[in-house]
Design a protein around this ligand. Structure first.
Ligand SMILES: Cc1ncc(COP(=O)(O)O)c(C=O)c1O
Length: 399
């Protein structure tokens, strides 16, 4: 009997998707479920995006397209990047993919040989670990607990980069913690990064339009332009424009890297489809009021969620400044019970919360942080207070 490749023994289905599927099944069975699980922005793109799609359908060429992305798409993205202080690049510095996840996968294939090391902060977005495992790379995980606001310190980064990992992936604002780095914090980290020339830097900054409290979006390359030689900025339409299912992601960086990703596209996907490209161009170049409005709305929702987190005795929750997640440390509840359900860890806690209150959250262990759970607070505005009420009630009922 032929066997699957060894790499499949290391590949796991996405842990976040598993929770979402369970919540969906309970809902289909008639349970009243409020989902704080999957990280979707829960809004649709503006009418100009749909108008562009209709027009593209009318004049569809039906042909294969560019492996890098159409010129219109590359130009639109270059302008978009310029707006966050990453100007001065050309088309040859850009490549695209079927979402940022695909771009990150291509980057791993382009930059990592088997046995190379990829470093990143913990809690981490699950895919970094999954990609490392599939590529047979070593993971260098840098623990950033709630006690340090889930943020990487310069000393920690210095020690990690001194071991010369091939890639350092940095995610700001962060999924799952929602933390965003201030300008001073980014400058301090950039001053460390610049001292270690053997490591590629990938800034997975797909939430760069969702930063709260006026702290702004900051990138290592802003204070250390020389890092452009080995830093890749990753972006996506998914969260900014309410287009997760449209699957368009980007990279901006050194020409050699953009070329490598384009070669992989030529082997994997050939091109982003013409109609999707039209939607992407319209989103990037059209009115930007929806992302701005959504950012303000998410900030207000963050405040609603934090008011409840702060009111639960024992729960520790650094206040996030971006994206749409909060990541409370709920370890004070381990060893307690909810009714008949024993709570020994984050997975049991999330199961009990779903069973008892119909509230779906993702266990922190999916992000390498089993003391916590992730709340994604983009559910319909009317549902949020009820979900939070149930969440608070659950913790009050623990024995
Ligand atoms: C930090 C981070 N990077 C990348 C992605 C992937 O986004 P995309 O939908 O563009 O594949 C996500 C999606 O949740 C994310 O949270």
């Amino acid at each position: 009997m032929p066997q699957l490749a060894r790499r499949m023994g290391r590949a796991k289905p996405s842990a976040i998707m598993a929770v979402a599927e369970k919540a969906k099944a309970l809902k289909a069975a008639g349970r009243d479920i409020i989902s704080f699980s999957i990280g979707v922005p829960n809004f649709l793109p503006g009418p100009h995006v749909y108008a562009a799609v209709r027009e593209a359908l009318d004049k569809d060429s039906g042909q294969y397209g560019s492996n890098r992305g159409s010129d219109a798409l590359l130009d639109a993205f270059l302008k978009h990047a310029e707006a966050v202080g990453l100007g001065g690049y050309a088309r040859k510095n850009v490549s695209t993919g079927i979402g940022a996840k695909h771009v990150l996968y291509n980057l791993a294939e382009a930059l990592l040989d088997e046995g190379d090391t990829i470093a990143y902060a913990v809690p981490y977005w699950t895919t970094y670990a999954d990609i490392a495992d599939i590529c047979n790379a070593k993971r260098l995980e840098l623990p950033c607990p709630a006690s340090q606001n889930y943020k990487l310190t310069p000393a920690q980064l210095d020690a990690a980069l001194a071991t010369k990992p091939k890639i350092f992936v940095f995610n700001n604002p962060n999924n799952p913690t929602g933390m965003a780095y201030t300008q001073a914090e980014i400058e301090a980290l950039a001053a460390v990064v610049v001292k270690h020339p053997d490591t590629w830097i990938i800034c997975d900054d797909i939430y760069n339009r969702m930063v709260f409290d006026g702290i702004g979006y900051h990138n290592f390359m802003h204070s250390q332009p020389s890092l452009r030689d080995r830093t890749v900025f990753v972006d996506s339409l998914s969260k900014t424009y309410g287009m997760p299912g449209w699957r368009v992601g980007f990279m901006l960086g050194p020409e050699t890297v953009a070329q490598a990703v384009t070669v992989l596209n030529s082997n994997h996907i050939t091109n982003i489809p013409e109609v999707i490209t039209a939607a992407a161009v319209a989103a990037l170049t059209g009115p930007q009021d929806i992302p701005a409005r959504k950012c303000a709305e998410f900030q207000a929702k963050r405040d609603q969620v934090m008011a409840v987190m702060d009111a639960i005795p024992g729960l520790v929750c650094p206040k996030p400044e971006g994206a749409f997640y909060v990541f409370p440390d709920v370890s004070f509840a381990f060893g307690k019970r909810h009714g008949d359900l024993a709570i020994g860890n984050d997975v049991e806690l999330c199961n009990a919360l779903l069973e008892a209150k119909g509230v779906a959250c993702v266990p922190g262990s999916a992000f390498g942080a089993p003391r916590a759970l992730r709340i994604s607070y983009t559910c319909p505005t009317a549902q949020l207070p009820e979900g939070l009420r149930r969440f608070q009630e659950f913790f009050a009922e623990l024995q």
